[in-house]
Design a protein around this ligand. Sequence first.
Ligand code: OFO
Length: 171
Amino acid sequence: MNKLFEAINDQINAEMFSAYLYQAMAADMEDKGFTGIAHWFTAQAQEEMVHAMKFYRYIIERGEKVTLKALEAPQATWKDAKAAFEAALEHEKYITARINNLVKLARKADDYATEIMLHWFVTEQVEEEAHANEILAKIKLMGNAPNAMYLLDRELGARPVLFTMPANTAD
Ligand code: OFO
């Protein structure tokens, strides 16, 4: 496996870690009584698994072998919802830098197919950062006021999930 495909294989791990991180944020927000925000993070975790699987399928389509590696344990608690979204935004910036680096590697290898596949992720990262930023801006505006947080919790609870879990496990 060449350096580019090794880096794509590592990106599966990074995306799965994103899912793990957002699910940890969901669990913490649930614990803090924000069921709507927890739901939002669960939907985000689902999206991250889709990202991981896009890389997974791509490696196979190109005739290479996927090798899954150990996942790091994510942080388990955040001070409040604001801190969780700050961490989410930071994490997305880190993922954006990783995607940009993959584009660089694809260009260096003259691998046009990989570069085109990565375009979807470049665009997606703009959205990922924008979503976290938007929510964070709202929380800052509201100054963490309980009434406003209650309304934000309701708003974020309406985010559509990508798939629903079997009965009794749905969030
Ligand atoms: Fe996969 O975009 Fe977020 O991490």
